[in-house]
Ligand binder design. Structure first.
Ligand code: GDP
Length: 363
């Protein structure tokens, strides 16, 4: 599965958000087999209104959404890269996630201590990002001597890795993230370096309850900062999210309305996390179930089939494919077929978000 690590300084609302995420999930109907995997790892359903539309037309007995994992990563303090606090454990956990959800405290509350005195989300962001950059810098510098030796011995792979590291090091030394220095086309090689500051990041502004719809001056500064760095950002109130999480699903809409919100902040975090990871969804629709499947943007039809079962990929023949809009407009498979909107796609087809697919394969 794909996962997002929730990071941030202590007392910014990480656990509150994480618990809200996993409680929402626990409250869902029995059809949703999602759970807390470990105390700090939760799997959540990715909300997608298209599922219900497809299931209605396809007369499916049940709906199975796709899911995303969130990891609550505790222990980041100033000095973590030097082993302060739970430094090493923290850094190990964060290296393993695919993307980072960075929670920033944007709420004032005299009863909740701020580790650095006053509320200042940009200073906090800098504190966290500095620790991550220092850890990345340390990890790359340690690798250089051995790679240089191998490169001198004509090891092509080592030479390529060394060149990549040497392209990234100056950025880290100048206080910029590795992300800003990865050469075009080398994203995959960079990903294999296991750096934290090359992972995609989503900023979450945790605001007070009264500012959930509008944001406040703190979150405004974060939104501007995120925009300047080309990173997505969302405004949520962890306190509200934890209230919503305890409500029956049917009561949530009205509660959100009274707060002037269109959807829950958690839904926005989940969807943003999904986008951050470069993921898209295709669907299978049948009488038993309508189901969403997660793939990377750019996957071919056989690769997408492989997400369901390895045999589907190995024995792939073709994929009967209907675009989501056609499926809905033409009232399902039969209508789409009659209108000539069911395409038979082959091995090189790049699956698109929303495709409704039926795979033909040899066993
Ligand atoms: P963590 O250390 O980042 O995991 O932070 P917690 O989730 O444990 O939250 C720290 C404290 O801040 C707790 O007492 C929370 O109840 C409180 N808190 C979290 N989010 C909010 C919020 O949106 N508004 C207010 N007023 N308090 C919050």
């Amino acid at each position: 599965g794909f996962n997002c690590g929730i990071v941030g300084l202590p007392n910014v609302g990480k656990s509150t958000l994480f618990n809200a995420l996993t409680q929402t999930v626990a409250a869902q109907a029995a059809n949703y087999p999602f759970c807390t995997i470990e105390p700090n790892v939760g799997r959540v359903a990715v909300p997608d209104p298209r599922l219900q539309q497809l299931a209605t037309i396809g007369k499916s007995q049940k709906i199975v959404p796709t899911s995303l994992e969130f990891v609550d990563i505790a222990g980041l303090v100033r000095g973590a890269s030097k082993g302060e606090g739970l430094g090493n454990q923290f850094l190990g956990n964060i290296r393993e996630v695919d993307a980072i959800v960075h929670v920033l405290r944007c709420f004032e509350d005299g009863d909740v201590t701020h580790v650095d005195g006053a509320v200042d989300p940009l200073r906090d962001a800098e504190t966290v990002e500095t620790e991550l950059m220092l850890a990345d810098l340390d990890s790359l510098e340690k690798r250089v001597p051995a790679l240089q030796k191998k490169a001198r011995g004509n090891d092509k792979e080592a030479a390529a890795q060394l060149a990549l590291i040497e392209a990234i090091l100056p950025a880290l030394q100048a206080g910029r993230s590795a992300r800003t220095a990865v050469p075009k086309g080398e994203e995959e090689a960079a990903r294999r370096l296991g750096l934290m500051t090359s992972k995609p990041v989503l900023y979450v502004c945790n605001v007070d309850e009264g500012s959930a719809a509008t944001g406040n001056e703190h979150s405004a500064r974060v939104m501007e900062f995120a925009k300047a760095h080309g990173a997505p950002a969302v405004i949520v109130s962890a306190a509200i999210e934890s209230e919503i999480a305890q409500m029956a699903e049917g009561d949530r809409g009205e509660f959100l309305d009274t707060l002037g919100l269109q959807d829950s902040g958690l839904d926005r975090i989940i969807r943003a996390g999904y986008g951050l990871l470069g993921l898209i969804t295709y669907f299978t629709v049948g009488p038993k179930e309508t189901r969403a499947w997660t793939i990377h943007k750019g996957m071919t039809a056989p690769q997408a089939a492989g997400v369901i079962h390895g045999d589907f990929e190995r024995g792939f023949i073709a994929a009967e494919t209907i675009g989501f809009d056609d499926y809905i407009a033409l009232n399902g498979e039969q209508g789409a077929k009659e209108a000539g909107k069911m395409r038979v796609e082959g091995k090189t087809y790049l699956v698109r978000d929303g495709d409704v697919m039926l795979f033909r394969f040899n066993v």
